[in-house]
Design a protein around this ligand. Structure first.
Ligand code: PXP
Length: 248
């Protein structure tokens, strides 16, 4: 059964919109944990600190028992905070100031040296390192060569597909990339743009371990409460996983 990691960045987005002290990201993380619907918490400390800040990262790590996935660029000051916080896992992502959200996977050609160095540095601290990549065959081998143990396949193109044909083609690409990644002994996570309506086919890709889902859960929590939105997502994942299981 794939594991749900809730990304709570947008709880902080709401706080930053008014410059208040609420809603508190740590409280959301603790609530997510006590809901029993998630396996871990993900936060993305962006270079411009547009939502979560360094203090959120420290406090969340201190207050939760479940695994913490620290999403980050390879900028030196971000790496420093990650090493201080010592999460279970770090997911390295590309970052552009002007983007609304992470727009594509890491460039493992031009950025290879820095990604390799940061991967080694964090692994030396006992942090598992996952590389956020587009679902391309060649990228999987590069990820392995750079020393990563995990990749997170970018599901954005699948999520944004505007017709069934395009969606099916993107799903096929994700399935293929997941197979290739596992052939290179990489563990496979997925994320970006997933909702309770589109998560099903991705959740049943063989070998997928963690689903990183944020915006849709925080948005649904406006109507259902955070626990309700997490339950809805967990049920959407389980329903599809159950349907895909061969009958015994
Ligand atoms: N995975 C990665 C690497 C991301 O950058 C993001 C967005 O912060 C997500 C997953 C979650 O995407 P969404 O908020 O669309 O669920």
């Amino acid at each position: 059964m794939p594991q749900l990691y809730v990304n709570l960045d947008h709880v902080a987005t709401l706080r930053q919109a008014r410059g208040t002290t609420y809603p508190d990201v740590t409280e959301a993380a603790v609530l997510s944990e006590t809901s029993g619907h998630v396996h871990g918490i993900t936060l993305h400390l962006r270079e411009d600190r547009r939502h979560v800040n360094d203090d959120d990262m420290r406090r969340v790590k201190e207050r939760i028992q479940i695994p913490f996935n620290f999403e980050m660029s390879v900028a030196p000051d971000i790496v420093r905070v990650c090493r201080e916080v010592a999460p279970a896992q770090a997911t390295l992502v590309p970052e552009k100031r002007e983007e609304l959200t992470t727009e594509g996977g890491l460039d493992l050609l031009r950025g290879a040296e820095r990604v390799r160095d940061v991967t080694r540095e964090l692994q030396g601290d006992g942090v598992a390192v996952s590389l956020f990549v587009d679902p391309d065959e060649d990228t999987m081998k590069r990820a392995r060569d750079l020393g990563a143990t995990h990749v997170e396949l970018h599901t954005g193109r699948y999520a944004d597909a505007t017709d069934d044909g395009q969606r099916a083609a993107e799903l096929e690409q994700l399935q293929h990339a997941a197979r290739v990644a596992q052939d290179h002994d990489l563990l496979v996570n997925v994320g970006h743009g997933l909702t309770h309506l589109n998560v099903g086919p991705v959740a049943v890709i063989p070998g997928v371990l963690d689903l990183n889902i944020g915006h849709a859960i925080v948005a649904r929590s406006v109507f259902l409460g955070l626990s309700g939105a997490l339950r809805e997502m967990r049920e959407a994942i389980d329903r599809n996983a159950d349907a895909a299981r061969p009958e015994s």
